[in-house]
Design a protein around this ligand. Structure first.
Ligand code: CTP
Length: 397
């Protein structure tokens, strides 16, 4: 959880998903956030106040005229020092109330009287979600600056399957974290390559490498969180790409080069995370090669260097490279940075980095080295994006 998030008001409205709100509260508390739960009357039909009180260690509120708030100003006091209000689940009825600016219970009054961000995680039956009235409400709420988390599609309590299911608590926490990231790349187009490339030998075989794509996908996510328009050009991976990125799937280095070159002109920042195969197989066989007793020789030719090709253009975007090295890490990475004319290169240990979830990164730029201590790849990607934004702004603004 972002360290900046200290205190939240968590609204719970009437819906079956209210039982998941208990888990959400538990996860937030576990991450060190002070959670004050405010329930609507309908929510108490699904889950009891005692549950939230026990989980959060805080009194639970439901009444606009709660005597525990000394001056009768619960609607102001409760959200006064909150960093945000998160309503999960948010029912169709509650969303409609928000649109109208109604204030006939404590939670809606708090939302109306707030001066902090409001995030809602809708949960409702598929037909209610698809109803034109809800569609209109969602559009209006977005226009009003309310952040929508989900819903997602899946099996529903009513037995139907479709959109309207509340996001899982872990996903809501990730979405809150993403929301809190500073929008330091707003208005910029970021192009990212990720994953390995695959160079065909024949119809079913090829040369590839062990890159999982995790770092590149994390960088794409962090750039999106920072407000950028992101295009992710990905070699074959087993990962789910972030939904808001424009995804271009490629297989070979040649295809990756073409996909990158087609977009370089409109790109402000190019981050080459992909582990591009250095060679491709000359004359791959269209059919599966049959084995025989002879030695098989493959002829390999060097692939184009995508990053160098982009970086040497006169109107090149701000280019960032990655260097996975198994020895002399910083020395080799710095040589690569100079050779490819990059303002920034990210060095990591090839043996430790591939496929793992945690990684140490060393950023090398004109000012020297910056060590990003070992942690998960999304956190590293966020730190990297912060560094890139700083260098980019120093250069262009
Ligand atoms: N890169 C690229 N196109 C290539 C090869 C690499 O865009 N054909 C990019 C990678 O995405 C990464 C950086 O260049 O950002 C890596 O540089 P490179 O010198 O190619 O690294 P290695 O392939 O590891 O080089 P070497 O085998 O010489 O260490």
């Amino acid at each position: 959880m972002e360290p900046s998030l200290k205190r939240i008001v968590m609204g719970v409205t009437g819906g079956v998903a209210a039982y998941k709100a208990a888990e959400l509260a538990r996860l937030l508390v576990k991450r060190g956030v002070e959670v004050r739960v405010v329930m609507t009357a309908a929510a108490s039909h699904f889950v009891g106040a005692a549950t939230f009180q026990a989980i959060t260690g805080q009194p639970v509120y439901a009444d606009l005229w709660d005597a525990r708030v000394s001056n009768g100003m619960a609607h102001i006091d409760l959200s006064r020092d909150a960093d945000l209000i998160l309503v999960a689940p948010a029912s169709a009825d509650f969303l409609a109330k928000l649109v109208q600016g109604r204030a006939d219970d404590l939670l809606s009054t708090l939302c109306l009287a707030r001066d902090c961000p409001l995030l809602v995680a809708p949960a409702m039956n598929r037909q209610m979600w698809e109803n034109p009235a809800t569609r209109r409400n969602i559009e209006q709420l977005t226009e009003d600056g309310v952040a929508l988390l989900g819903p997602t599609s899946g099996e529903q309590a009513c037995g139907e399957t479709g959109y309207g299911r509340m996001l899982e608590p872990e996903t809501i926490i990730e979405a809150v974290d993403a929301f809190l990231q500073p929008k330091i790349l707003r208005g910029l187009n970021v192009l990212i390559t990720a994953g390995p490339t695959y160079e065909a030998i024949d119809a079913v075989r090829g040369i590839t490498n062990r890159s999982s794509g995790k770092m590149g996908y994390a960088v794409a996510r962090a750039a999106l969180e920072a407000g950028a328009e992101v295009t992710l050009i990905s070699g074959p991976t087993a990962l789910t790409p972030p939904g808001e990125a424009q995804l271009v799937n490629v297989t070979s280095a040649q295809q990756m080069l073409e996909a990158v070159e087609a977009r370089t002109e409109e790109t402000d920042i190019f981050i080459a995370v992909a582990a591009v195969a250095d060679y491709y197989v000359l004359n791959p066989s269209e059919n599966k090669i049959k084995k025989d007793a002879h030695i098989l020789t493959l002829e390999l030719a060097p692939n184009p260097d995508i990053l160098s090709n982009v970086a040497r253009q006169d109107t090149a975007p701000f280019c960032v490279g990655f260097a996975a090295e198994s020895e002399n890490l910083e020395e080799y990475a710095e040589l690569k940075r100079k050779r490819k004319h990059l303002p920034l290169i990210v060095a990591n240990d090839a043996n430790a980095a591939i496929g793992s979830d945690d990684t140490e990164l060393i950023l090398l730029d004109d000012d020297g080295r910056h060590v990003l201590e070992k942690t998960d790849k999304l956190t590293q990607a966020r730190r990297l994006i912060e560094h890139i934004a700083k260098l980019y702004n120093a250069r262009y603004q």
